[in-house]
Design a binder for this molecule. Sequence first.
Ligand code: AMP
Length: 334
Amino acid sequence: MEHSICTLGSHSALQILRGAKDEGFKTIVLCKQGTEEVYQQFGVADEIIRMPCFKDLPKHADELIKKKAIIIPHASLIEYTGNDEVMKLKVPYFGNKKVLEWESDRSLQREWLEKSGLKLPEIFASPKDIKKSVIVKFHGAKGGKGYFVARNEADFKAKIVNHPNEKYVIQEYIIGVPMYIHYFYSPLLDEVEIMSFDKRYESNVDSLGRISARDQIALEKVDPSYVIVGNIPLVIRESFLPQVLEMGKRVVAVSKKIAPPGIWGPFCLETILTPEMQFCVFEISARIVAGTNPYVNGSPYTWLRYNEPMSTGRRIAREIKNAIAQKKLPMVIQ
Ligand code: AMP
């Protein structure tokens, strides 16, 4: 294969690179010095480019273009490189960069999801409006660090003092189970595929239930935090699948209107599934999510469809390979 696949050595790089190799591509990983051993040990990278820090990716653009590399974005790549630099990057990029703006701006993201007819948590414009339990989220908070739950305005005021000058959003706290839905939209097939599901392992919220309420109270100042530390695979009740598929199709259809030609490749709806069996969507990730990492060898759903190991990383490479074979590469890269 003439082209190579590259990404930043973090997040879901192992899966992306392994998937690309399985589809016959050469692979390049851009690593922060000191982290390369992992990529060597797992044998996923044909070439390792070492950088003093992750932010240096744009400095390697010319070299990557010469190597006919196609860059696969993941959350760490976007976070470390920054939206503006990603927009300027000349290296062929898998995905629609226009979607970045809709995803990174909370109000635009909400508009996209609302237009898709999805149920969203209520937003309270001011602490005075808090009528029920809320979760307070900070802009750019890495992995949910610092989020807090508040019962009312007084509780909010007592807790916000620890976060002076930080921008936040006050969102209704939904009681239910978190459910992360991984999709793939193929522009070549014009089809939305259900790839897999996960739930997150978050510290410390996932361990608070290990001590009784009495002991939690005794511990005093233990506020829940939502720092993601891992992902747990999940299979969903089968009767939910038609609804899940419909939700994904609507998000894709609306993206075609707001950011033509729309989203393609992997994306994730981050939901809380309530006992009333309603999916309440609190966020969309418009690219591969780390929740697909448990499925390096495919998920139960991709097994049904492909009858061979098909991770989300490999599915990306397959789409690129098919686009090259059909002389439609411009349809999937920018
Ligand atoms: P986020 O940074 O938006 O992905 O949220 C981090 C974590 O907070 C999620 O994985 C959920 O566990 C929790 N969470 C976020 N939004 C809500 C909500 N509206 N109701 C209940 N839990 C939520």
